[in-house]
Design a protein around this ligand. Structure first.
Ligand code: HEC
Length: 393
């Protein structure tokens, strides 16, 4: 996952993928509610406007505003001339988007353009709103800039010796993740409040919790929990695979979510530090009932697919009665046009093929996130499991 944001009151998370899809999750149950596909290219940033409205931003330079349960964005904000890599939402509902075109754009909550903030030399990697509503941005030029509300000219409050990859606002302070592996904390006038040389690798992701905690992630896959303002490390998490691209806290249940290069979002229980498995207990429960290894391959599918009759649809359709079913015909599920149009019967062969070459190649334009089972034995296990578990009862 390339990006992740959380919405506290509905325990939701919105993740953005390298394959261009975005997924709305229920963090408490580990179930995916909705799969969204709009962007051409990776989804670099996501944010919530409310429980039911959210934003995605892509490598394609577009920012999309969504309402939950709708298939396509309500509005697409077009203006950036390069990838959009960070988003922020102000208390008054304004939206800020930061882009590698060197600008930050401000938009009203309904998506109307407000202003274009120019000044950074090079990629803008991070954007946030300070408590008073001013915009703060940081980027590859190492500068941190503040832009007063309603003004298009900003001023440099801090110049770091290294590029800044990410930032997080916590209270009146701003935390910065440096390409030199440092985490810095400055106040809104640029005064240095603290600095920690945390990593040997570039720091790539930052998140602030509501209660003075910071999470920092690095290009080496490491993730640490820091106390602000001391920047003392209070916990280190087992490294993820590949760079940590995004981090987000959820207060209840207390979780830290990380987007990394491979696989679904990584979730840690903040109280115990334990890593939670995706698809929750699904795999084990299924293994217990249907006996064996074959259920293991299905564990990641379970977040999006149930196996029972109605109402069984999660982000993906129920797989109940899959074999011998025509593609795109589960009751009450709204398919992508690409899958809905496909004249195809699901059989052991077609399902195996789907995961041999991956959904993106098998059904171009599908909203099922791309995933493969490269090992033939895994595909055989999956089919064996599905044949048993999706049998009409
Ligand atoms: C992150 C969510 C997600 C995961 C994980 C996922 N899928 Fe899907 N799946 C979807 C969505 C969304 C669709 C509908 C695609 C469309 O409309 O284009 C879908 C469609 C399907 C279909 C076609 C169903 C039909 O009615 O035509 C099959 C079969 C399927 N998935 C199997 C699996 C299996 C097996 C796995 C695990 C190896 C899996 N999926 C993992 C989201 C997911």
């Amino acid at each position: 996952m390339r990006s992740v944001a959380t919405e506290p009151s509905s325990h939701s998370a919105l993740t953005g993928s390298f394959d261009g899809s975005a997924i709305l999750w229920d963090v408490s149950s580990g179930e995916a509610r909705q799969a969204l596909r709009f962007h051409a290219g990776q989804v670099n940033a996501t944010a919530f406007l409310s429980q039911t409205r959210f934003i995605t931003a892509g490598q394609d330079g577009l920012v999309a505003l969504w309402t939950a349960a709708r298939e396509q964005p309500d509005r697409v904000l077009d203006g950036h001339a390069g990838p959009v890599v960070a988003l922020a939402v102000a208390e008054d509902g304004r939206i800020a988007s930061a882009s590698w075109d060197g600008t930050v754009r401000l938009w009203a909550g309904d998506g109307s353009p407000l202003s274009v903030l120019r000044g950074h030399a090079g990629n803008v990697n991070a954007v946030g709103f300070l408590p008073g509503g001013d915009v703060v941005s940081a980027g590859a030029d190492g500068t941190v800039r503040v832009w007063a509300s309603g003004r298009e000219s900003g001023w440099v409050i801090f110049a770091s010796p290294a590029a800044i990859n990410a930032a997080a606002v916590l209270g009146g302070a701003v935390a910065l993740a440096g390409a030199d592996g440092s985490i810095r904390l400055i106040d809104a006038s640029g005064r240095n409040l603290g600095e920690a040389q945390l990593l040997d690798a570039p720091a790539t992701a930052l998140a602030a919790s509501g209660d003075g905690l910071l999470a920092a992630g690095g290009a080496d896959g490491s993730v640490a929990l820091l106390q602000a303002p001391s920047l003392r490390v209070i916990r280190s998490f087992a490294p993820a695979q590949g760079p940590v691209w995004a981090l987000a806290f959820l207060a209840s249940p207390p979780r830290l979510l990380a987007g990394t290069s491979r696989g679904p979002v990584v979730t840690w229980d903040l109280a115990s530090g334990a890593r939670l498995l995706d698809g929750s207990d699904g795999g084990q429960a299924a293994a217990a009932t249907t006996g064996g290894e074959s259920a293991r391959v299905f564990a990641p599918c379970r977040a999006c697919h149930s196996l029972g009759p109605d109402p069984g649809n999660r982000a993906g359709p129920t797989l109940y009665g899959l074999f011998g079913r025509r593609a795109g015909t589960a009751n009450g599920y709204v398919y992508s046009a690409a899958l809905g149009r496909r004249d195809l019967m699901w059989t052991a062969e077609t399902v195996a093929r789907l995961f041999e070459i991956g959904p993106a190649a098998f059904i171009p334009g599908t909203k099922m996130p791309d995933q493969k089972l490269v090992d033939e034995r895994d595909r055989a296990d999956l089919i064996r499991f599905l044949e048993e578990a999706t049998k009409p009862r």
